[in-house]
Design a protein around this ligand. Structure first.
Ligand code: AMP
Length: 483
């Protein structure tokens, strides 16, 4: 039996970052921002604040609301600038030493960093640094950034950071805090989101706009792919230190990961998900009586599907909100049980009906199998599953939590075999062009795709050095880092 949801003994992460510069109650504002980013990571969180003289660091396992409470946060984390991080890890392995932000006293002064994404050559760089004497205290790829900054020969701090980031490949949206500046960096492809906000004159950096809404801050703009912003007393400086590349934002953020009320790169996530449902209905619409979402992730697409197919939308499955995401359960048997704990069929709506069941994605197929069985037991006469994304056939190496390729249902089965496996009358996935159309494109450009869609196409937009090296068979994040 698997020891973890993904069948290995390692950590997988997705994360949220938030920082505010020059605001009296900085750590409390960060706490609220992280609360809105809790969906990006529920396992642990940390905040680093600077009070003009020194840095204060606090990290905990668990949910923000349980571990950082407003009154005591300000006592323990005084200061006018603070950054924070929410971390998703499916096992507790590695413990607090891998919880971000990381902080180090460097020759250039104290520096804290919080990172969302995954650095695909971190393990290779780490080994090189270790051979030259660096000592690592975590197994996180994020620590590599600190070591590269520490060992850079550049004179100015910002140049040291540019030097460090230029050595790294993969996805990074990060927020850094030094004694006199807050810095945001987005990798040259802009794979993970990062936005600039403003709260009554105090600049904010956050993974998603929902973290600005919670505190009534305004969304100034998205940080651009390959951009570094240096926020200091003298204002906000924008630099483009990397070689320019055509951006490729992660399309799976629109499908599943980002919060529906966030706006990313001019698109509202809920609106995209509804359009995804509409595309799905246009591509494949079986004779049916009702459209039922798998809550919550399937809801917006099911609304769009029902509208387009002119069928009633019904909450035929009710979700219990007091259970964490299915993937967080630590063992296979509990994961199965988790699905039952989390969802219940609403027999009154389903009995005798031909049901179109809509979910955002099939990863291992465990959720779909259980849900379909539940809907059948509640008396559905037919179950037609429609998936609001193409088949997930390749692992993500850029910070989204996916099992290894062999564990992905779509990597080892045809669509007919998958339909048989989850016991549905029919199964269809959205086409890759349909997904691009929902995002406002005419389709996927074959030569220069507009998004990172590696989980659906296997087309990785960066090199995967840690995967390619003969002895580096795993990404460092799988050993406990990233986010
Ligand atoms: P599975 O049982 O493995 O097929 O799980 C599929 C379900 O997990 C989908 O309905 C998604 O809502 C959800 N899901 C997809 N990707 C992820 C992810 N990276 N982390 C957590 N949940 C996910």
């Amino acid at each position: 039996m698997d020891e973890t949801p993904f069948g290995d003994d390692t950590l997988h992460e997705e994360c949220g970052v938030f920082g505010i510069f020059q605001r009296t109650d900085a750590a409390a504002v960060v706490t609220l921002g992280l609360h809105a980013l809790q969906h990006r990571g529920q396992e642990a969180a940390g905040i680093v604040a600077h009070d003009g003289t020194q840095f204060h660091v606090e990290r905990h396992a668990g949910l923000i609301g349980d571990t950082f409470t407003k009154a005591s946060v300000l006592e323990r984390l005084p200061g006018e600038s603070a950054i924070g991080h929410t971390r998703y890890a499916t096992t507790g392995g590695g413990g607090l030493r891998n919880v971000q932000p990381f902080f180090a006293e460097l020759s250039a002064g104290g520096f804290a960093v919080a990172h969302n994404g995954n650095i695909t050559n971190a393990l290779t760089v780490q080994r090189e640094l270790q051979r030259r004497g660096s000592i690592f205290s975590s197994t996180s790829d994020t620590e590599t950034i600190l070591h590269l900054v520490a060992t850079s020969g550049a004179r100015l701090f910002v140049d040291k950071l540019i030097d460090a980031m230029s050595r790294l490949e993969g996805a990074f949206s990060l927020v850094g805090l030094s004694a006199n500046s807050m810095i945001g960096v987005r990798d040259p492809l802009g794979i993970r989101p990062l936005v600039l906000g403003d709260l009554e004159g105090s600049p904010i950096l956050a993974s998603e706009t929902c973290a600005l809404d919670i505190i009534g801050a305004t969304h100034v703009r998205d940080i651009e792919a390959g951009e570094m912003v240096v926020i200091s007393e003298s204002g906000i400086e924008s630099i483009f230190p990397f070689q320019t590349r055509r951006p490729r934002f992660c399309i799976f953020e629109y499908v599943y990961f980002a919060r529906p009320d966030s706006n990313i790169e001019g698109r509202n996530v809920y609106d995209i998900r509804k359009k995804i449902g509409m595309e799905l209905a246009r591509e494949s619409h079986p004779e049916a009586d009702i459209v039922v979402p798998v809550p919550d992730s399937g809801v917006p697409a099911a609304i769009g599907y029902a509208q387009e197919a002119n069928l009633p939308f019904e909450l035929g499955i009710i979700r219990n909100h007091y259970v964490g995401r299915t993937f967080i359960q630590p063992t296979d048997s509990i994961r199965h049980m988790g699905v039952k704990l989390k969802h219940n069929a609403n027999r009154k709506m389903i009995e005798g009906k031909r049901v179109v069941l809509v979910d955002d994605s099939i990863v291992r197929g465990t959720t779909s199998q259980k849900i379909v069985q539940m809907v059948r037991e509640a008396g559905a006469s037919e179950v037609h599953m429609r998936i609001a994304s193409p088949p997930t056939s390749a692992s993500c190496f850029y910070g989204v939590d996916t099992p290894e390729k062999a564990k992905l249902l779509a990597s080892r089965m045809t669509i007919d075999e998958m339909a048989e496996f989850i016991q549905v009358d029919s199964l269809a996935f959205l086409s890759i062009d349909g997904l691009y159309r929902a995002c406002g494109e005419t389709g996927r450009h074959k030569v220069a795709p507009q998004f990172c869609d590696a989980c659906f196409t296997g087309d990785y937009p960066t090199s995967l050095t840690d995967q390619d090296g003969a002895d580096n068979v795993r990404q460092l994040s799988l050993l406990g880092g990233a986010g």
